[in-house]
Design a protein around this ligand. Structure first.
Ligand SMILES: Cc1ncc(COP(=O)(O)O)c(C=O)c1O
Length: 540
C-alpha cells in the first residue's frame, strides 16, 4: 500500500479524534460496546392522548406512570436501570445460591479489595440496596449515640456563639421545619445529602446538613469540581460544635448538587479536617468511578493515572463508605456498607459492626448474602471490573455531556458543567420571564408534559426537596430547583436522547403556556414526591 497515502488518511483520522467527547468527533468514534440484546417498545410513540389519560389517572405523578407505556427515554433514574453486559449475565448463570458463605460472597470480597484497596474487604456488609445500608448505619449509630448517657450538650437550637452566623441560621431554620418530636442533637454534614440519606438521618434524630462549596452556590459554570464541600464552613462547624458531629459524609459524585464531581484536593482537605478532630469520614460512593473519571480529566497530576489507581487513592482517604451498586456497580439491585480495617469508624464506634451484623440478620438475611441472590453478587463483581474501564467511562460521560450540549444549543438552561450521570434542567431559568411563583411547582408541570411527549424525567427541586410545615411551603435551603434527566448506563443511544431534547425544545419555546400545578394529595407527607398527586392549575 502507498504509505504516504495511508499516512495521510491516518493523520486525518487522528484529527477527527478531538475534541474527544463532543460532536462531530464523538460520532467518528464508535461506541465501545455492541448491543447483545434489545427490547422493542410495546407502545406507540404518537399516542399522546393515551399517555395524557394514563398520566391523569396517576395524578400526574411520573413515578406512578407504567414504564411499559413509555416509548422514548425513561430518564427517571440511572439507578438499577443499567443494561448488564454479556459477561455479567454469563457469570450470573453460575450463581451459587447457598444460604451461608456462597461463592459470590468471596469473589465480592476479593473484588472489593482489588477495586477499593486491601483494607476494605473485612468489614463488608451487604444490603439489597443503598438505602438499606443507610438505614442500618444511621439507626445503629443513633442507638449508640443516644444510649451513651454522656450527651453533654443541649438541644440544637442552643448553638455555640463561635458558629458562623449564616451557618447557625441555616441550622436553626432546618430545626424549625422539623417536627418537635424529632428534636435532633447531632449533625451529619455532607457536600449534599441524597434524599434517602437525609431522610434516614432525620428519622434517627440527627440533622443532615449540606455544605456545598461556594462555586456551587454561586453557579460557577467554569468550576470543574462543583461537587466539592465548603471546607471553611466544615472547619467552623467542627470548631464550634465538634461534639455534635458523629461523622462526616462526602457524596461522590454529588447527585443532589447536579451529579457534580468532588476533586481529590477537596477529598484530601476534608480528610485532613476530619483527622484533626478525630471524626470518621465516609463516602456515599454510588458513582465513585464517574467521580474518578472527572479527577483524571480535570485535576492536575492525574492525567496519566488509571481510573483504578485514582479510585484507590480516593478510598485511602476515608474510613468508611456506603454504596448503591445500582449505579457504578452496573447492576439492577444491590448495596453495601463498608468500614476500613483499623479505620476511625472502628476506633470510635467499636460496637457498631456487631450491631450492624445483627441488623442485617434481622432485616436482610445471612451477612454473606445480605438480601441479595448469590447470582446477583456475581453480577456486581463483574460490574465493578467493567466500570473502571477508561473506554466505558469515556463513552458514558461523553454521552451525558453531548445530551447537555444539545439542550444548551436549544437555549435550555442546565446546570453546567454537566455532571456524570444526568442533565439537570434549571427550572428557575427555564421559566424566567414567565408568570411563575414557587407554589406553581412548574418543575412538576414540565415532567408531566414531557411524559405526554413520551419521555420520563424527574422533578428534583422545590417539590421534592421543599417541605410543607406550619401551613406553608419551605423551599430547600440552599435552593435547588431542577428537573433531572438521569441517563441509564449502556441503555440508550445518542439518537434517543436527541428525541428527548427535541421534546424539551418545543416545551421551552412555548414555556409561557405551561401552567403551574395544584397538589391534590400528599403535600405535607415526608418524601412527598414519591407519593403526591397533582392537577394543572386552571387559567395560569
Ligand atoms: C447519592 C445517592 N445515595 C444513595 C442512594 C440510594 O441508593 P438506592 O437507590 O440503592 O437505595 C442514591 C440513589 O439514587 C444516590 O444517588
Amino acid at each position: 500500500m502507498a504509505e504516504n497515502v495511508t499516512n495521510f488518511f491516518i493523520s486525518k483520522f487522528r484529527e477527527l479524534l478531538t475534541p474527544e467527547f463532543s460532536e462531530p468527533a464523538a460520532y467518528f468514534r464508535p461506541r465501545p460496546y455492541r448491543n447483545a440484546a434489545v427490547r422493542f417498545t410495546s407502545c406507540r410513540f404518537d399516542d399522546f392522548e393515551q399517555r395524557r389519560a394514563i398520566l391523569e389517572k396517576a395524578g400526574m405523578n411520573v413515578f406512578l406512570f407504567p414504564a411499559s407505556q413509555i416509548p422514548g427515554c425513561d430518564l427517571l433514574s440511572d439507578s438499577g436501570t443499567t443494561t448488564m453486559t454479556m459477561e455479567q449475565w454469563s457469570r450470573m448463570l453460575l450463581g451459587d445460591e447457598a444460604y451461608g458463605s456462597n461463592e459470590g460472597f468471596f469473589e465480592l470480597k476479593d473484588q472489593v479489595a482489588e477495586t477499593f484497596g486491601a483494607r476494605w474487604s473485612e468489614n463488608l456488609f451487604i444490603f439489597h440496596q443503598g438505602r438499606a445500608a443507610e438505614s442500618a448505619l444511621f439507626s445503629n449509630l443513633s442507638g449508640i449515640l443516644y444510649d451513651e448517657k454522656t450527651v453533654a450538650f443541649g438541644p440544637l437550637d442552643s448553638l455555640s456563639e463561635r458558629l458562623e452566623p449564616g451557618l447557625a441560621a441555616s441550622i436553626r431554620k432546618k430545626i424549625g421545619i422539623l417536627q418537635k418530636s424529632e428534636a435532633p442533637l447531632y449533625i451529619i454534614p455532607n457536600n449534599s445529602h441524597f434524599d434517602t440519606t437525609a431522610a434516614n438521618i432525620e428519622k434517627n434524630r440527627m440533622l443532615p446538613l449540606d455544605l456545598p462549596c461556594r462555586e456551587h452556590i454561586g453557579g460557577d459554570a467554569d468550576c470543574p469540581f462543583r461537587g466539592n464541600m465548603d471546607t471553611q464552613a466544615l472547619s467552623n462547624l467542627l470548631e464550634a460544635e465538634g461534639d455534635r458531629i458523629p461523622l462526616i459524609y462526602l457524596t461522590i459524585t454529588n447527585n443532589t448538587g447536579g451529579g457534580q464531581p468532588v476533586s481529590m484536593a477537596n477529598i484530601r482537605a476534608v480528610a485532613e479536617i476530619a483527622e484533626k478532630y478525630s471524626i470518621p469520614l465516609l463516602f456515599d460512593a454510588c458513582r465513585f468511578a464517574e467521580n474518578a473519571w472527572f479527577i483524571r480529566h480535570g485535576e492536575t497530576g492525574y492525567g496519566s493515572k488509571s481510573i483504578g489507581e485514582i479510585v484507590r487513592e480516593m478510598f485511602a482517604l476515608v474510613d468508611g463508605f456506603h454504596i448503591s451498586f445500582k449505579k457504578d456497580g452496573l447492576v439492577n439491585i444491590g448495596g453495601a456498607l463498608l468500614f476500613k480495617e483499623k479505620g476511625r469508624m472502628q476506633e470510635r464506634y467499636p460496637g457498631l459492626t456487631n450491631r450492624i451484623t445483627d441488623h442485617q440478620i434481622l432485616t436482610e438475611g445471612h451477612p454473606t448474602y445480605g438480601g441479595m441472590a448469590g447470582r446477583d453478587l456475581k453480577g456486581v463483581v463483574e460490574g465493578l471490573r467493567t466500570v473502571v474501564g477508561q473506554e466505558y467511562l469515556d463513552y458514558r460521560i461523553g454521552q451525558v455531556r453531548r445530551f447537555g450540549q444539545r439542550l444548551q444549543r436549544c437555549g435550555i438552561p442546565i446546570l453546567s458543567p454537566v455532571g456524570g450521570h444526568a442533565v439537570y434542567i434549571d427550572i428557575d431559568g427555564f421559566f424566567e420571564g414567565t408568570d411563575t411563583s414557587d407554589g406553581d411547582f412548574k418543575g412538576i408541570s414540565l415532567t408531566a408534559l414531557l411524559m405526554i411527549a413520551g419521555h420520563r424525567f424527574c422533578e428534583l427541586g422545590l417539590f421534592a426537596f421543599g417541605r410543607y410545615r406550619g401551613g406553608r411551603e419551605h423551599p430547600p435551603d440552599p435552593r435547588v430547583n431542577f428537573v433531572r434527566g438521569a441517563v441509564p448506563r449502556l441503555a440508550y443511544e445518542d439518537r434517543d436522547l436527541a428525541a428527548a431534547a427535541e421534546a424539551l425544545r418545543i416545551l421551552h419555546e412555548h414555556r409561557e403556556r405551561i401552567p403551574g400545578v395544584e397538589v391534590t394529595y400528599g403535600r405535607e407527607l415526608s418524601l412527598r414526591h414519591f407519593k403526591s398527586r397533582f392537577r394543572f392549575k386552571a387559567g395560569k
